[in-house]
Ligand binder design. Structure first.
Ligand code: SIN
Length: 285
């Protein structure tokens, strides 16, 4: 197994592994260490059945069964798989994951990590961006780090651009299924013990105990700060790529820069993570 870094901030390609074969304990241990170090791992040219993708992902953690996702995104035969593709709502194209986020951060059991397996690609565009949230935290001044360590942030699925522009009913329905939660602004990674900034533009409207107006200046700074180029990598997809990432120390977004009507389809598994955050007691909290 050979490791080729993708960008200075994060990401590595793993060469010389066939994910269709069962992996022995030593190889899985090496992969986990590489994953904790590089945060995003890429395996090119993989020929996998849906079940083989599930088996590979489940070697790292138990998998989500995606009950809270829209039915049209869930794989018809495998509850562990999401079919990631653009949808149309009211004549507008919605690209899944098109704002910065960390998977399931709007729940009190956020996802540990996710895998994507690329099945169809548009003729141009459709890359995915990732940012290293350890670096985002490390590069803040010590006074800002200390202040953020005392704060919680609201994570609310309905804060996203697609739902903000949807009907009142659609937004309220999403909020009922996924009520907003409070997450620490700085999360300690359960395996490495390192601190990572835990905010994202999709999910976070405000700090807990503050209004949106009071929060917006600092949140805007942190959103921009955390996705500076030196902290990021870009996944330029090829069909048959498998990509796995650590949601506890990264955020990501799918680029909606491909033509409407062109196909882009990936299968996703989501690994169950540790308990983190709490339900808000009341809307005004
Ligand atoms: C996701 O947010 O899980 C999907 C990312 C992508 O489609 O590139």
């Amino acid at each position: 197994m050979h490791i080729k870094p993708i960008a200075a901030g994060l990401g590595a390609e793993i060469v010389g592994i066939d994910l269709a074969q069962p992996l022995d304990t030593a190889t899985l241990g090496e992969l986990r260490q590489a994953w904790l170090k590089y945060l995003v791992l890429l395996f090119r040219g993989q020929t996998l059945t849906p079940q083989q993708l599930i088996d590979f992902s489940a070697a790292f953690a138990p998998l989500e069964t995606h009950e809270s996702y829209q039915p049209e995104l869930r794989h018809p035969d495998h509850t562990e798989l999401l079919v990631v593709k653009a949808s149309e709502v009211g004549g507008r194209r919605i690209v899944f994951g098109q704002q910065w986020h960390s998977d399931l951060s709007y729940t009190t059991r956020p996802s540990l990590g996710s895998c994507l397996y690329c099945r169809k690609l548009p003729s141009v565009g459709g890359d995915t961006l990732f940012a290293n949230m350890y670096m985002a935290y490390d590069e803040l001044s010590p006074a800002m780090q200390r202040m953020l360590e005392k704060l919680e942030v609201v994570h609310d699925l309905s804060n996203g651009r697609s739902l903000r522009n949807a009907s009142h009913e659609a937004r309220e329905g999403a909020r009922r299924r996924n009520p907003p939660v409070a997450q620490p602004a700085v999360r300690v990674h359960p395996e490495t013990g390192r601190k990572a900034l835990y905010i994202s533009e999709w999910m976070c409207p405000r700090f807990v105990g503050m209004s949106e107006e009071e929060s917006s200046g600092l949140l805007r700074f942190l959103f921009d700060h955390s996705v500076q180029e030196p902290f990021t990598m870009r996944q330029r997809w090829r069909v048959d790529d498998v990509l796995m990432w650590d949601n506890r120390a990264t955020i990501h977004m799918a680029l909606a820069d491909y033509a409407i009507g062109e196909p882009r389809e990936l299968l996703r598994t989501s690994m169950m993570g540790e308990d983190c955050g709490r339900l808000l007691q009341e809307a005004a909290e």
